[in-house]
Write a protein that binds this ligand. Structure first.
Ligand SMILES: [Cu+2]
Length: 618
C-alpha cells in the first residue's frame, strides 16, 4: 500500500490530513509524540528562545554506504541544519534595446542533483530549471546554472520577455511513479510544458497542458513564449503544467518564482530593500535514505526554497517575504512563534492597505506578500510555523523555517508604509451575461468540474470586456483551490450551502452518470445557501486562485479584461493579444493530482457580438 498525504479542510471545518490510497492512518515511520530525539545541538538553546516548544529532533546521522534504501524518517533529519538559500535570478541572454521589445531568456530543464536534505544525507536527483543567472545583485552572471526551485524571474512591468524553454531531459523521470502517466507518444522521454501562473498572456504562450514537448536532439522542440509583463506589480510563479503529469513534474522540482516590479515610484514606499526581501517557496517532500524523492512515501518534510527545514540568520529589522504554496496538495496556516505577520499583497498585487494578521492561510497555488518586523522580536529565534499540519505543536511538520536573530541592536523600519491604493470595484455586466454562473465541484472515482471531463466541449466562453460572477459550489468532502488562467479576479463572498438539497436538484437536472454526456444544465445554488463565512485577509485583494471549502459556495467576480485596462477599453478586445484563439486557456483545481485527473476544464474567451455595447473599463 502506498501513501500520499496532504492536509485538507474536512467537512467538520477542521484542517486534517487525508492519506490517499489508505484509510487515513498515519504513514508508517512517521514521528509520533514522544518519539523525539533530544541531541540536536542547534535546537538545544537552553530554553533561551521564545521557540522553546519547538521539537528538537534528529540525530543527523548518515547511513552506511551499503545500507538498504529505505524511507527517510523525520527522526533522522536535523531541523534547522540547512541554511535557507535565496534562489538565483535569471539574466536575459539578450537585453532589449528599444521600448516594447522583449528581453530574451533561455531556460533549460534538466535532471540535476540538488542538496535538499542537510548533509551528510545525499543530494536529490531533481528536475531543475536553469540557464544564465546571477546569484546576488553584486555578483557577475553565470551560465549553465540549474536549481530547484528554479531561478527567480525578475520582470519590470512594461518590459516584455521572450523565453525559450528547452527540454534537455534525456533520462527517465526521476519519479518512477510518473512513468505510467507519460503519454504514449512520449514514452521513454519526459514531457514538460511551462505555465506562468497568474500571468496575462496569449494562449500560445500560456503553457497549455496539451502543449507538452520532449527532448529533441536537434533542438527543434523548444517553444518560445512571449510574456507581456503588462499587469501590476506582484509575485507570480512558474511551474510545469503537462497533461496528467503536473503532479510528478512539480513534485520533482519544476517550480519557481516570477516577480513583476512596478516602475520606480509606482509601488508603495517604506518596504524593505532587496537584501531584506526573500521569496519563500513552500513545498512538502518525502525522501529515501539515498536522497531520492519518496513520492508516495511516509515522512513528509517541510522544504523551503529547496532546503529541508532550513534556518536563516536575520537582522533585527523589517523583512519582506513572498510566500508561495508550491505544494501539490498541502494547505498551510502560517503563523510566527511570536508576533504578527503583516499582509501587503495577494496573488495579483498589493492590498488596499497593510493588514496585520496572526495566521496566513495558503491553499496550493496561492501566494501572499508579507512583512515580518524582527526589530520587535524578543529572544534569539522566531519560527514560521504551519498550524494546519497538526494540532500537536511538537510535530516537526508544524515547523517550516527558523529565523535566527542577529545579536546586533534592532533597526526599526525607517519610514511608514505608504502608497497603497484602493482596489478598483468590479461592476457586473448585466446585459451580455447571466446574473451568476454556477460552477460545481464533484468528486468520486475522478474529480470533475460541472460534471464534465477535461476533453468535453468547451462550455466557459466569457465575452471579452464583460464582468461575471461565478458561484463555485463544492459538492465534495474536501477543499479545492480553483485557479483561472488569464485573469485576476476578486472574491465576493463565501456561503455555506445545503449540499444534500443542492446535489439532489443538480442530479434531477443533469442525471447521475458522471462525467456527463451532455452540456451541463446549470442549477442556481442561491436557494440552498445556509449561512455566510468570513473571507480571510489574503482573499481581500486580487486573486487567481481561491480556496473553495467543502459544503460552501465561493463567489468570485471576474472581469474578462486586463487587470488594469489601458485607454480604449470598449474595444472588442481589451487585451494586447488575442485571447480568443487556440489552444485557449483552462480553469482547474490546483491540487495537482486533481487537475491531472480531470478536475480541469477549457476556457475560451469570445469576442462580443458586433451589436453589443461594452461597458467602459476603468
Ligand atoms: Cu481539487
Amino acid at each position: 500500500m502506498s501513501f500520499k498525504r496532504f492536509s485538507v479542510l474536512c467537512s467538520s471545518g477542521l484542517w486534517c490530513f487525508l492519506a490517499l490510497g489508505c484509510s487515513g492512518q498515519a504513514p508508517s515511520g512517521r514521528a509520533q509524540p514522544g518519539d523525539l530525539v533530544e541531541n540536536n545541538e542547534r535546537a538545544d538553546t537552553g530554553g533561551a528562545s521564545e521557540d522553546a516548544d519547538s521539537p528538537q529532533l534528529g540525530d543527523g546521522g548518515s547511513e552506511p554506504a551499503d545500507a538498504p534504501v529505505e524511507p527517510l524518517s523525520v527522526k533522522q533529519i536535523t531541523l534547522w541544519e540547512n541554511v535557507l538559500e535565496k534562489p538565483a535570478v535569471f539574466v536575459a541572454t539578450r537585453k532589449s534595446t528599444k521600448v516594447g521589445e522583449p528581453d530574451e531568456y533561455k531556460v533549460t530543464v534538466q535532471v540535476t542533483p540538488v542538496q535538499m536534505l542537510p548533509k551528510p544525507w545525499p543530494a536529490t536527483r531533481a528536475l531543475t530549471y536553469g540557464g544564465k543567472v546571477r546569484r546576488d545583485s553584486a555578483a557577475a552572471s553565470q551560465d549553465n546554472y540549474q536549481s530547484s526551485p528554479g531561478p527567480t524571474f525578475e520582470m519590470d512591468r512594461g518590459t516584455p520577455a521572450r523565453v525559450t524553454w528547452v527540454n534537455e531531459i534525456q533520462e527517465k523521470h526521476v519519479l518512477p511513479e510518473a512513468e505510467s502517466s507519460i503519454p504514449a507518444d512520449a514514452k521513454g522521454k519526459v514531457p514538460i510544458v511551462t505555465h506562468v501562473h497568474g500571468l496575462e498572456v496569449a494562449p500560445a504562450s500560456d503553457g497549455a497542458p496539451t502543449a507538452w514537448f520532449t527532448y529533441d536532439p536537434n533542438g527543434k522542440s523548444s517553444p518560445t513564449y512571449d510574456y507581456p509583463n503588462s499587469q501590476p506589480a506582484t509575485g507570480l510563479w512558474y511551474h510545469d503544467h503537462t497533461m496528467g503529469m503536473t503532479q510528478y513534474n512539480v513534485y520533482a522540482g519544476l517550480a519557481g518564482a516570477y516577480i513583476i516590479r512596478g516602475a520606480t515610484g509606482s509601488e508603495p514606499s517604506g518596504l524593505p530593500d532587496r537584501a531584506h526581501e526573500w521569496p519563500l517557496v513552500l513545498q512538502d517532500r518525502a525522501f529515501k535514505t539515498d536522497g531520492s524523492f519518496d513520492y508516495f512515501g511516509g515522512d513528509v518534510t517541510n522544504v523551503v526554497n529547496g532546503k529541508v527545514w532550513p534556518h536563516l540568520d536575520v537582522d533585527r529589522t523589517l523583512y519582506r517575504f513572498r510566500l508561495l504554496n508550491g505544494s501539490n496538495g498541502r494547505y498551510y496556516q502560517l503563523a510566527l512563534s511570536s508576533g504578527k505577520i503583516t499582509v501587503i499583497g495577494t496573488d495579483g498585487g498589493y492590498l488596499s492597505a497593510p493588514k496585520p494578521v496572526d495566521v496566513v492561510k495558503l491553499a496550493p497555488g496561492e501566494r501572499a506578500d508579507v512583512l515580518i518586523d524582527f526589530s520587535k522580536s524578543e529572544g534569539d529565534f522566531v519560527t514560521l510555523r504551519d498550524l494546519a499540519a497538526s494540532t500537536d505543536p511538537t510535530d516537526p511538520l508544524t515547523q517550516v523555517v527558523r529565523f535566527t536573530l542577529s545579536s546586533k541592536d534592532p533597526v526599526p523600519p525607517a519610514a511608514a508604509l505608504t502608497g497603497f491604493k484602493a482596489l478598483p470595484e468590479l461592476v457586473r455586466e448585466p446585459t451580455l451575461v447571466p446574473p451568476v454562473k454556477t460552477m460545481t465541484l464533484h468528486s468520486g472515482d475522478i474529480s470533475l468540474l460541472n460534471g464534465q471531463s477535461f476533453h468535453a466541449e468547451v462550455s466557459e466562453t466569457p465575452v471579452l470586456g464583460t464582468t461575471e460572477d461565478w458561484d463555485l459550489v463544492n459538492l465534495t468532502p474536501s477543499d479545492h483551490p480553483i485557479h483561472l488562467h488569464l485573469v485576476q479576479f476578486q472574491v465576493q463572498s463565501r456561503k455555506t450551502v445545503d449540499v444534500g438539497g443542492y446535489q439532489a436538484a443538480w442530479t434531477a437536472a443533469n442525471g447521475e452518470e458522471l462525467p456527463l454526456k451532455h452540456p451541463t444544465k446549470e442549477v442556481s445554488a442561491e436557494p440552498y445557501y445556509t449561512g455566510t463565512q468570513e473571507l480571510s485577509v489574503t482573499e481581500s485583494g486580487w486573486k487567481d486562485t481561491v480556496a473553495v471549502p467543502p459544503s460552501t459556495v465561493t463567489r468570485i467576480r471576474v472581469r474578462w479584461a486586463p487587470q488594469e485596462p489601458e485607454t480604449d477599453t470598449t474595444a472588442d478586445n481589451p487585451f494586447r493579444f488575442d485571447p480568443t484563439v487556440k489552444p485557449g486557456y483552462v480553469w482547474h483545481c490546483h491540487i495537482l493530482d486533481h487537475e491531472d485527473n480531470d478536475m480541469m476544464r477549457p476556457l475560451t474567451p469570445m469576442k462580443p457580438p458586433p451589436s453589443a455595447t461594452l461597458p467602459s473599463l476603468e
